[in-house]
Design a protein around this ligand. Structure first.
Ligand SMILES: [Zn+2]
Length: 235
């Protein structure tokens, strides 16, 4: 793929990018939690009662993500950003911080970050802060005393407005859109590919399986992100 032909590239990454880093599965057979437990914990409507479990889950996720290392997919994206400085926008649905650790400092976190904590009190002026601590109990806000929570997007919550605005601005002006390790069917990927197409961009999907929605893309590469990206980027 001749990337030098493109002036502004937008990459949307999903869970498939982090699989090769060996992060454990949290749900399903062999997962760390029962499927029903996870489903309840990650639903915003069960807050604040779910906070003890939410912190238990996210403290585990922090621990596992810290023990993991970025893989060839993260490295390939970071290398492309270095090679094409200012011309590659990275949007990620992942909260594991592995893009940032691979060198993509400016990744836009669409679903928040497992490594940020914020206050649950909407009237509190404590800004979200970087946090890699593991908590046994629900921590309290140092400013107002309300419970703190991981700064991640739960089911039933909207994506952070600032991140969506950045994503939209990037998609408006892009001439190549790559969705990697995410199915093209779910929001926001499904909406992003349409926005990119409307901007006249070439759209490319890199994922293990094509699935429904992949027909929206001009080009589909089936395979593991850590194997396809280095070849695609000719690194
Ligand atoms: Zn507070």
């Amino acid at each position: 793929m001749n990337l030098s032909a493109y002036k502004h590239i937008v990459i949307l990454s999903g869970a498939g990018v982090s699989v090769a880093s060996g992060l454990p599965t949290y749900r399903g057979p062999g997962g760390l939690w029962e499927r029903e437990d996870i489903a309840r914990i990650v639903e915003a409507r069960f807050l604040p009662g779910s906070l003890p479990d939410l912190w238990r889950l996210y403290s585990q996720r922090r621990g596992h993500a810290l023990a993991a290392t970025p893989n060839a997919a993260h490295e390939a994206i970071a290398a492309l950003q270095r090679a094409r400085a200012g011309r590659v926008t990275l949007l990620t649905q992942n909260v594991d911080g592995l893009h940032q650790r691979a060198g993509s400092a400016d990744a836009t976190d669409l679903h928040g970050s497992a490594f940020r904590t914020r206050c649950t009190n909407p009237d509190c002026d404590l800004p979200p802060f970087s946090d890699d601590r593991l908590y046994e109990t629900v921590p309290a806000c140092p400013r107002c005393g309300s419970p703190l929570r991981p700064d991640v997007v739960l089911f039933g919550e909207t994506l952070p407005e600032a991140a969506l605005i950045r994503a939209q601005a990037a998609l408006d002006g892009c001439d190549l859109f790559l969705a990697v390790g995410t199915s093209g069917t779910v929001w926001p990927a499904a909406a992003f590919v349409r926005l990119a197409s409307q901007s006249g961009a070439r759209t490319v999907l890199v994922n293990l399986d094509a699935g429904t929605g992949s027909e929206e893309f001009d080009e589909v590469h089936l395979g593991r992100a850590e194997e396809v990206l280095p070849i695609l980027f000719s690194l």
